[in-house]
Write a new protein. Structure first.
Length: 600
């Protein structure tokens, strides 16, 4: 009987269809990674990178109560150095010192002391950079650790135990004295000669840096990590990348030179983009990036996730949305959560979100279903190069995880805080603004020098201040015993306003009241109610008798009645049909604001 051949284990092809897109311009460099045609990573550099830089620093303050210090590295804000980052855990003296009650940060650092530090976390919001004395120089295959004991590490992404053991043995054989080595994922399958060559480059880099530290005084930059494009090539461009497409030509030639030094065999995979249509436009990346700035992320079946970023953490919520499923509720919830888990893993990489992340999955009673969702999340995170820790899902459907911060996230890079809301994402409602104006007018009315007030607000707040048929502003004037002139300013943010005390003479220089019979062009700002819409003509409000008026429409109208803040008008067509008795149609002469007017 013929012997049956053993079935070959399916070859893992994940990540084989990968492309790197590189676009370099005067003001920014952009890099994107496509996996199976889907955008998986997107990075932008507009300023010199700070993460990974090594500085000669000076201690400016030591905080015993926080077991930390602040050091000057030459940037706008001082950097934070915690006690745990002052020395490596392998230092026996520090371990012994920590066991003593009197030991602390003051036993290690003094104000004015100089030391070498590396940026481990970039500035975030109001926080400065975080630094450490555990220096790490990354190469293509290895990471050389300076002054942190004698150990060998192998990337957790390398799962084959035999390969891990081989790499560990090889790294131990080439490790310099008082140095530690970490074998990176790209080191998988590399021989001793290749690892030695990478180590020699890192040793030369360390020697140059140490020599510079002797020649300069703090604060000073000793070593800057490579720019974004070359960093991405170093960390990602390998055997599993099909090609790297670059624009323009000068950037292409520079990339070719770097790849030739780094991995000559990969030069044939570098391609110049020569189409007249820009690279990121031609491949639809620009449209994808616009979506990455939105809070809500739709899923294919109609469900969605929402992502809210704060300075302390990122909260992600899963919602079934329009998806109603076709079977049991538990199956619908499971399907939505599994689909959301895969997209969340992708969004974390794309947006470069870091720190504490809390995911609120839809509640699931079945323990096996909860495990399936967590497994789906972890599976989606396997391609992520950042260090990640994921907890089990709680009975409330929450998953807590951490992702190492790698530079500024996409939102911080591409946006700035809103000038209206200060980055809160919320502004005062029109009613809240109107109430604030009323309270301030009541306070200012006590000043006898103010005969009347001119108030400029956004149209929505003006409607609240005026009220139906002018009843609210009438009541306000009676309350403060002053005349009030309310004007709309469409360009004004809804939560801002100006209150100007005036006299009739000074007011006449700032505004002009329309006159009965005058023709104006008004913009509708409130839909009709009982056949009457609200409109604005040059800041002045009129109730417009036009049942079919649409918000935003421009209407040529004739003013019939005039008040300080509100008048009445009819469309010009209606005015033509019903001319005023005893007078000719046309523009009436303007009258001074000193003349009496209806109390509205």
């Amino acid at each position: 009987m013929p012997q049956r051949k053993a079935r070959r284990k399916p070859r893992d092809t994940s990540g084989q269809d990968r492309e790197i897109l590189i676009s370099v311009a005067d003001l920014e460099s952009r890099v994107a990674l496509l996996e199976e045609g889907t955008l998986s990573e997107y990075r932008v550099q507009r300023e010199p990178m700070l993460s990974g830089n090594i500085y000669k620093a000076r201690v400016v303050s030591v905080l015993r109560g926080m077991d930390a210090s602040f050091v000057d590295i030459g940037t706008e804000r001082n950097a934070f150095l915690a006690m745990d980052d002052v020395m490596g855990d392998a230092d026996e003296e520090i371990k012994a010192a920590r066991t003593q009650k009197a030991a602390g940060i003051t036993s290690l650092l003094k104000v004015g002391q100089e030391l070498t530090v590396q940026v481990s976390r970039v500035p975030i919001g109001s926080k400065g950079a975080r630094v450490t004395t555990r220096l790490a120089l990354p190469g293509r295959y290895l990471v050389l650790m300076l002054g942190t004991g004698n150990y060998i590490g192998v990337s957790r992404k390398i799962e084959d135990e035999q390969e891990r053991a081989r790499l560990r043995k090889t790294a131990e054989a080439i490790r310099p004295p008082r140095r530690s080595l970490i074998v990176r994922t790209e080191g998988q399958g590399r021989n001793e000669r290749e690892l030695k060559k990478d180590l020699a480059f890192l040793e030369q880099l360390a020697a140059r840096m140490q020599q510079k530290a002797k020649e300069v005084s703090a604060p000073a930059l000793l070593h800057a990590d490579v720019p974004l494009v070359f960093q991405f090539l170093r960390d990602v461009f390998g055997r599993r990348v099909r090609r790297a497409i670059v624009e323009p030509r000068d950037a292409y030639e520079e990339v070719l030179e770097v790849v030739g030094l780094m991995a000559p065999s990969l030069k044939r995979r570098v391609v110049l983009h020569q189409d007249k249509v820009p690279l990121f436009v031609a491949l639809g990346i620009e449209e994808e990036v616009d979506k990455l700035l939105r809070r809500r992320v739709p899923l294919p079946d109609g469900s969605h996730i929402t992502i809210d970023e704060t300075e302390a953490l990122t909260a992600i919520d899963v919602n079934t949305g329009r998806y109603v499923g076709g079977g049991r509720l538990a199956d619908t919830v499971l399907h939505t959560n599994v689909q959301a888990a895969a997209e969340i893993a992708r969004q974390l990489r794309l947006r470069n979100l870091g720190g504490i992340i809390v995911i609120d999955f839809i509640d699931m009673d079945n323990a096996k279903h909860r495990e399936r969702v967590v497994d789906a999340l972890r599976a989606g995170l396997t391609r992520d190069r950042a260090r990640i820790e994921v907890t089990h899902i709680s009975p409330l459907g929450l998953v807590e995880m951490t992702r190492k911060r790698v530079g500024a996230n996409l939102r911080q890079m591409l946006t700035e805080a809103c000038s209206c809301c200060g980055g809160a994402g919320r502004v005062l409602s029109p009613l809240s603004v109107a109430l604030r104006v009323e309270r301030e007018l009541a306070r200012r009315a006590a000043d006898a020098a103010a005969e009347l007030f001119l108030v400029r607000v956004a149209p929505a707040a003006a409607l609240q201040l005026i009220g139906p048929d002018g009843a609210r502003v009438d009541s306000l004037e009676k309350s403060i015993k002053k005349h009030v002139y309310i004007r709309s300013d469409p360009a004004r943010p809804v939560d801002t306003y100006d209150i100007v005390p005036a006299t009739p003479a000074s007011l006449a220089q700032q505004i002009t009241l329309p006159t009965p019979g005058q023709r104006v062009e008004a913009v509708v700002i409130q839909a009709p109610s009982n056949g009457v819409a609200m409109a604005v003509a040059d800041g002045y409000h009129v109730s417009l008798k036009q049942p079919d008026a649409e918000v935003g429409a421009k209407v040529k109208a004739q003013v019939r009645k005039v008040g300080r803040s509100l008048g009445e008008a009819v469309p010009e067509s209606a005015a033509e049909r019903r001319p005023r008795r005893g007078g000719r149609r046309g523009r009436a002469p303007r009258r001074s604001v000193k003349q009496p007017a209806p109390q509205k």
